[in-house]
Write a protein that binds this ligand. Sequence first.
Ligand SMILES: [Zn+2]
Ligand SMILES: [Zn+2]
Length: 134
Amino acid sequence: MAIEGECFCGAITYSISSPLRDARSCHCSRCRKAFSAQASAYAEVDPEAFEWKTGEDQLTVYQIQPGFGLQFCKVCGSTLCGIYDGKVHGVTLGCINGDPEVEIGRHIFVGSKAKWEVMPEGVLQYEAGVPIDT
Ligand SMILES: [Zn+2]
Ligand SMILES: [Zn+2]
């Protein structure tokens, strides 16, 4: 069954036809700003399996590095996905409707988390990025 998502105002909707991978939450200061939250929460998606359903014309992009950016709704501001070379490679878990069928497996950049954030016990935490060999 397809995974579906939408922004806060509902103008933009999408559908994903293959399972999400490697759900993560990043606690770095950049992600706090980008997601207006204590951390980001996102998963990787096969670009070929991702399809905008409605409201694609309401999308705008914040380009972070050449080729890489975040796309969000210009009406309500929800951050929907990460793009690379114009294709969707990651989606924010908060905009998915229902069960994304993945759980956050790694909490990264916990070493720079906000002072006010309390990390839950028993989650896999990394001080910075995920080591290459994991
Ligand atoms: Zn919206
Ligand atoms: Zn981050």
